[in-house]
Design a protein around this ligand. Structure first.
Ligand SMILES: Cc1cc2nc3c(=O)[nH]c(=O)nc-3n(C[C@H](O)[C@H](O)[C@H](O)COP(=O)(O)OP(=O)(O)OC[C@H]3O[C@@H](n4cnc5c(N)ncnc54)[C@H](O)[C@@H]3O)c2cc1C
Ligand code: MET
Ligand SMILES: [Zn+2]
Length: 619
């Protein structure tokens, strides 16, 4: 009799966690490898679960695919580990328990760069290893991503008639990460031929039961649940799960009432937890009817908050537009910074851009300065956001704060790594890169958080991406822009360009893009500044003639700065023939230089407008 035949009439008990149990014993490397080096210990744990009452156990192969094993340099050991794992489970089970071959999901909660092709390859390899050794069924568990689970289920269903259990994991009771209601997800899996469908991991009994309240009893499949013991705590450098076995035992009947027929445990559970489940439910009859609390996906998303300004990408598509970067100070005195901002406002700029600790050098937070510029000077701040200093929690919270303060213009950047700046030993977080950050901000514009939760409101961010044309291959840099557009970038802001040839090269390479570019220009302040940029900053090349012009004035800093302004004015003339957007970078808080250049650019822009108006009226 297969375990599916048994499930027709009775509840079966699954086993509990293996990974967290081994971790609690001090294993902090690849625990799947222990199938080879510590097979006795693995078999003993399987036996402990069977002694506790498990009818069905699973191989310790959750992470035994090459995608996960490669973290430990074990990607060539997929076959050995999976084969040993099946042998260990079978040896422990004898004829006292069924053995499921487990395969875990790869895509987690944050946007994953693992392609479906990679997932298929990795899955097939592991699947064949498990099937070759002979298992009683397959368990695909901890899948946050429905696309991934549907893909692997489809492959497996074609390969084998063995029973297949598919389990999704939820970070919010009721919905998958992509907002699919859990009931719909399980129905889809049933439709693709899963014999048992259910939930495991992440949620403890309380929240998993809340999710199960929304799940109908499947017509052609059985329902399973493997809750975690509790939420984990982190003490003394280790994770602990505190949920106790009595509490688990008390929840068992509620799982039965929701129609669950296969009940086991996930992270944090131990043989004691399984003993509790078995004491309540082993051999009991399943319920066949229940009242479902079907919650329809109801994201009450209000219309986007009214923007105070049109998005910059719309403005710069229509007319020339000047934005200026003014660096937040490194020291606490902000007098000069605000003087500069006022001067730039008078010069008529569209937005003031504020870097996020650029070059990983600590400065006053751009969010606070931005808010003061907005509220006290009526300026429009554009906030740079680097992925270096904040993890995904901090990034989302920061963006929610910007939304609350009415600051909708952001530049999403990966950011210069910490090692280049003030604290070379500081960690660079990089939970996500600029691509994913852009995508997640756009998700907030749909009213959804990074993890897919309802935000109750749509944000109205307009998202710029960074463009570095000062690289050997501008074509390669443009490929990155194309990718950033795919991820949702609305427009681009570039590093400074120092020659007309470069301006033309950038124009020729980007004119096919349908996202506008603010082209970067920065006045040289003197000969040393020009030599530094030319010789020490990767990719920046300043024409010999310009460096000579600056060098002739090396004894006269004032005249040198005037010369820098004159050079930039002539670059502005060329740039305005090619681009609508001008992005001026203020060197060393020398705002008088960028204010003059901004006024010049605006004046040139209105001359161009007048000329084009005259031309249009004449013809
Ligand atoms: C307008 C602007 C504003 C900026 N503001 C800040 C700031 O506020 N704070 C800050 O820390 N940094 C800032 N930077 C610097 C920026 O983080 C780096 O220049 C970065 O290397 C490129 O931009 P990104 O962060 O979007 O990187 P991405 O385009 O996301 O690139 C990520 C990684 O790929 C590498 N890479 C980028 N382009 C190429 C290429 N063509 N070929 C191969 N590899 C490549 C990068 O070195 C980086 O490691 C800014 C840059 C620009 C253009
Ligand atoms: C990370 S959720 C899957 C856990 C796996 N079944 C184990 O306990 O090892
Ligand atoms: Zn788990």
């Amino acid at each position: 009799m297969t375990f599916l035949d048994k499930l027709k009439n009775q509840i079966l008990i699954g086993d509990g966690a293996m990974g967290t149990l081994l971790y609690s014993f001090g294993v902090d490397t690849c625990s799947e490898e222990l199938n080879l080096s510590q097979s006795e210990q693995i078999q003993n744990i399987h036996r402990a679960y069977i002694d506790a009452g498990a009818d069905v156990i699973q191989t310790h192969t959750y992470a035994a695919n090459y995608l996960k094993l490669q973290r430990y340099g074990l990607e060539d050991s997929v076959k050995e580990i999976n084969s040993a794992a099946v042998r260990n489970a079978k040896k422990a089970a004898q004829s006292n328990a069924y053995v499921l071959g487990t395969i875990g999901g790869n895509r987690g909660i944050k946007t994953s760069s693992i392609t479906i092709e990679e997932i298929k390859r990795s899955f097939r390899e592991q699947l064949y290893c498990l099937l070759m050794e002979g298992v009683d069924g397959l368990l695909f568990e901890t899948f946050y991503d429905l696309e991934e689970l549907e893909t692997v289920l489809t492959i497996a269903r074609k390969e084998t008639k063995l029973p297949i259990i598919t389990q999704v994991s939820l970070s919010e009771p009721g919905f998958l990460h992509d907002r699919t209601p859990v009931n719909d997800a399980l129905k889809r899996l049933e439709g693709l031929g899963a014999d048992v469908v259910g939930l495991n991991c992440r949620l403890g009994p309380h929240h998993m039961l809340l999710a199960l309240e929304q799940v109908e009893i499947p017509k052609h499949a059985f329902l399973s649940a493997y809750p975690n013991a509790s939420l984990p705590t982190y003490t003394d450098g280790k994770f602990h799960y505190e949920g106790d076995a009595d509490y688990f035992q008390k929840s068992a009947q509620s799982f039965r009432n929701e129609g669950v027929r296969l009940l086991g445990g996930c992270c944090g559970t131990t043989p004691d937890h399984i003993r509790g489940f078995a004491a309540e439910l082993k051999n009991s009859t399943p319920v066949t009817e229940k009242v479902v609390k079907l919650k329809k996906e109801k994201i009450v998303v209000e219309s986007p908050p009214k923007r105070e300004y049109a998005p910059l990408q719309e403005i710069v598509k229509e007319r020339p537009s000047v934005i200026v970067e003014l660096d937040p100070p490194r020291k606490l005195d902000t007098t000069k910074f605000f003087e500069g901002a006022k001067a730039l406002k008078e010069a008529g700029i569209d937005s003031i851009t504020l870097a996020d600790n650029s070059l990983a050098t600590v400065r006053i937070s751009n969010e606070s300065l931005g808010y003061l510029l907005k509220s006290e000077l009526g300026m429009r701040p554009l906030i740079h956001i680097a992925c270096r200093d904040r993890n995904i929690i901090g990034l989302q919270s920061h963006l929610m704060g910007l939304h609350t303060l009415g600051m909708n213009d952001v530049l999403a950047i990966t950011g210069d790594p910490a090692r280049v700046g003030d604290f070379p030993g500081a960690s660079s977080v990089y939970d996500v890169s600029s691509f994913e950050l852009i995508q997640m901000i756009k998700q907030m514009n749909e009213g959804l958080s990074f993890s897919g939760k309802d935000l109750g409101q749509k944000t109205a961010f307009s998202v710029a991406g960074a463009f570095n044309p000062n690289v050997r291959s501008v074509e390669k840099a443009v490929k990155r822009l194309e990718k950033k557009i795919e991820y949702g970038a609305d427009y681009f802001i570039s590093q400074p360009v120092f020659s007309e040839e470069k301006l033309i090269e950038v124009y020729e390479n980007t004119k096919h893009l349908n996202a506008p570019i603010y082209i970067g220009l920065m006045p040289l302040t003197g000969s040393k500044n020009a030599e530094f940029l030319h010789n020490e900053v990767p990719g920046i090349k300043i024409a010999d003639s310009i460096r000579e012009r600056m060098s002739r004035l090396s004894d006269n800093p004032l005249e040198a700065a005037r010369e820098g302004v004159a050079i930039t004015k002539s670059l502005i003339d060329t740039a305005l023939d090619l681009f609508n957007g001008i992005y001026l970078i203020t060197p060393f808080l020398r705002y008088e230089l960028t204010a003059e250049l901004a006024a010049y650019a605006n004046q040139r822009a209105s001359e161009i407008r007048r000329a084009s108006y005259a031309k249009n009226t004449i013809f």
